[in-house]
Design a protein around this ligand. Sequence first.
Ligand code: AMP
Ligand code: MG
Length: 392
Amino acid sequence: MLLGEEEVLARVLESARLVATEKRSVWECGNRIAAQDAYASVPLPSFDNSTVDGYAVRAQDVVSGRRLEVVGEQSAGIALGLRVDQNQAVRIFTGAPIPSGADAVLMQEEVEQVKHTILVRESVLAGENIRRRAEDLCEGQKFLSQGDVLNGARLAMLASQGLAETNVYKRPSISIIATGSELRPPGSVLSQGEIFESNRILLSELVTTSGADPQVQPIVPDDESAHVSALGEGKRCDAIVIVGGVSVGKKDLVKPALKKVGARIDLWRVAIRPGKPFLFGKWDETLLFGLPGNPVSAFVTFLVFVRPALWKMGGRSEWALPKMRVNLNETLVNRGDRPHYMRGNCQRDLFHVAELQQSHALFSLSRCNALCRVPAQTTFPQGAEVDIVQFC
Ligand code: AMP
Ligand code: MG
């Protein structure tokens, strides 16, 4: 009996523990995960200021045809403590503090300056062209939640509060091991029957884009003691992703090697296509993901089971793969008894399924940007609305 995907994902997530946190310069925190909530100590804006270059005035004085006396100039920077009284104006620039007494700013395009006066043409409403103190964010207001991804705008929020450092989760460290005596590293010369190894770079990219830190190991031949020593090296990491050799062949040595080192195998073989031989376990504190060696199987099982676990370990608050609703360009048929993650290309709102759906079809995968899960014994008719998972 194969295990169901939902059960497998639930058990994987259950075992995935949060990594530690660290304090880092905000400059090093792009795409990192906030390890604590943050509250404003500086309101935004922090004082009333002008949205335009123009003249700070009292709205009630601004009547078409009237002249106002310009009594000073306030730029952004040092607040000069200027004041606007009846029929007066202060020349002002974007971001400069509003002088006391003023309650509006006239855009410079709307007046005519003649020496020390301006000639007013149109009226202005009180409050016009002024950004009010704290209208965006008040003191004490929460502006960041634990688990948020620190994108540019959120990093800018930290900077706006005067914070040079912040607490983030460490990036989970992930050891990547490829097994197979037929595999040679790119750059070498192949003999008959050998192929270039390509899963490590695929998985390394996937690990990085999952917010974790890949540690790529040398290729491991189909030899139990080589597996054992690579696993021992990988144990220093938060998780090991071992690819190839998890199936039932005589040369599939991941399971025997895990048994040999005394690791716990929690589950093996999942009702999913591609990726049936997926394995998950734990060796002391290190998580173990065994992925099938066919590149598309490795890719799909990584997205479906490993990425959510890395997101959880890395402190993100959302672990589910984001889905999008699109229409099918052609009918998708799954006559099998496992859900099929079909690869395809999503352009605008249309999913175009890839012609070659076999698990070795790396080139076909490289032309795709989305997965569509078709449940067992199910047909999705052309034009139907379906959920897809996009990747890039
Ligand atoms: P396995 O899961 O070890 O039975 O491998 C399944 C298929 O994937 C075989 O055709 C392998 O040659 C191929 N394969 C396994 N690992 C890799 C890898 N790291 N890079 C490229 N192909 C691989
Ligand atoms: Mg193999």
